[in-house]
Design a protein. Structure first.
Lengths: 366, 89
């Protein structure tokens, strides 16, 4: 069980600790700066933080426990002379890291390996704790990569990276928009997966095209990796074959729209979501912030609201702002309106840590 | 040698003292300055070595025109200011 949370916000990185059952903010780093994501490597305790300085670009910092040091940020290779590539808006696509949207530790057999997903769609790997980065050209150069499109952002991006706990060479990623991609050889080659997902925002003949799917978040069960959950732009989908095919879960109240999904590490049928009304109305229904939880693979859902604001709450919880701890009991969620809640009982009840933080982009147990 | 002055706002992230370097273009001068201060490079230039979108450079008071190749001419007596553009907020 982890007693430490790293909360990435528009105005700094907040450390939140549990002491005697009480959660409190105990520190802040990068105060005033835009921290977009963190990841603490469970293999060695190193933490990584992505910052976006706006004018000065995207940066990466690393901590081994005594403060933070800036380390190299994944950088796109030089664009070949004369090579033209337009984005979906007809503008020249800049091969440059616009955002760090995913950070994941490699497997236990590859210490120091870190995966990093970015906008406009580059996937990177470091084998030396972030000291240097290699772009995965097999994915970037894949002809279908050019069919990726912007979703919530103008540019496409990789937001989810799932390293299979059985075999570190099996890696699945989620792309918004671009579906679910999988490698079986550590990034040497890639296959588009995700049959069965359905898009409501495309012409009907493309609705079931796996590359048209706006995956908001992809989560893989640690002890049953064949089970994957997807929170999608217009639905919830579950897979029992490592993402090859998905089944849509329909009729979930109050909504099937949202950003994050978390799956229990030992109970593949147990997953959590944070619903918003719909894509064109991204607020909790009736101003009531709730978490939904299934314990039976999506047949039934509990609507969990105890301790969460149930009146005039307009909190949006982004895809990296719902965290589940390693044993699968504690949850934490942070919102765009600066609310932070923790649950000690798998979401049955929640305690507000604070509701005055800057907009929260990511919440991670460290 | 041309003189290069950086915005004070970048200094809390990475030290960018005023520097001097030879070169006939902004690119040539900045390449030399960043060779001595490689961490600063990514704060001013993007992955393709173009000027970052919300940064701006003035040579002797004139905003440069070539933000991609930084081919604007400089002289030995030039002063190059590396600023944030107000457009970036």
């Amino acid at each position: 069980m982890s007693d430490k949370l790293l909360v990435s916000t528009r105005k700094g990185l907040f450390t939140v600790m549990c002491d005697g059952g009480h959660w409190d903010i105990t520190g802040v780093d990068f105060l005033g700066d835009n921290v977009t994501l963190t990841m603490t490597d469970p293999r060695d305790g190193r933490s990584y933080a992505a910052l976006d300085h706006g004018h000065f670009g995207v940066k990466m910092h690393r901590s081994t426990g005594n403060g933070w040091e800036e380390i190299p940020v994944p950088a796109y290779p030089p664009k070949p002379e004369g090579y033209e590539e337009k984005d979906m808006w007809g503008r020249e696509l800049n091969w440059s890291t616009a955002k760090i949207w995913a950070l994941a530790a490699g497997g236990p057999d590859e210490p120091g390996t870190i995966w990093c997903g970015t906008l406009p769609g580059g996937l990177f790997r470091s084998t030396d704790h972030g000291q240097s980065w290699e772009m995965i050209r097999t994915l970037w150069d894949h002809p279908l990569r050019k069919k990726w499109m912007g979703g919530g952002a103008d540019l496409p991006g990789i937001h989810s990276i799932c390293v299979d706990p059985r075999n570190s060479r099996l890696v699945s990623i989620g792309v918004s928009t671009g579906g679910v991609w999988h490698t079986e050889d550590g990034g040497g080659s890639w296959t588009l997966r995700g049959e069965g997902m359905r898009a409501e925002y495309t012409p009907p003949e493309q609705a079931h095209d796996p590359i048209a799917q706006d995956v908001h978040c992809l989560a893989q069960c640690r002890t049953a990796p064949q089970r994957m959950w997807v929170q999608h732009h217009n639905g919830i989908f579950v897979s029992s074959d490592e993402g090859k095919s998905f089944t849509e879960i329909k009729g979930v109240e109050p909504s099937v729209f949202g950003f994050p999904v978390a799956v229990h590490p030992k109970e593949p049928d147990t997953a959590w979501f944070v619903p918003e009304i719909k894509d064109e109305k991204r607020i909790p229904r009736e101003g009531k912030l709730v978490v939904t939880r299934t314990r039976d693979g999506g047949k039934n859902f509990d609507i969990l609201s105890k301790g969460l604001p149930q009146s005039h709450a307009y909190d949006v919880v982004y895809r990296h702002a719902l965290a589940l701890d390693e044993p699968g009991d504690r949850l934490a969620l942070g919102s765009t309106t600066g609310g932070l809640w923790v649950s000690e009982d798998q979401g049955d009840s929640w305690t507000c840590v604070t509701h005055t933080l800057p907009p929260i982009y990511a919440v991670r147990f460290a | 040698m041309a003189k290069v002055v950086f915005t004070p706002n970048v200094q809390r992230h990475v030290g960018c003292p005023t520097a001097e370097a030879d070169g006939a273009t902004v690119r040539e001068v900045l390449d030399k300055v960043f060779a001595d201060n490689p961490q600063a490079r990514g704060y001013v230039l993007d992955d393709q070595s173009a000027l970052r979108r919300h940064m701006t450079i003035f040579v002797d008071g004139q905003m440069i025109r070539d933000r991609t190749r930084l081919a604007d001419a400089v002289t030995e007596a030039s002063t190059i200011h590396v600023f944030q553009a107000l457009s970036g907020g």
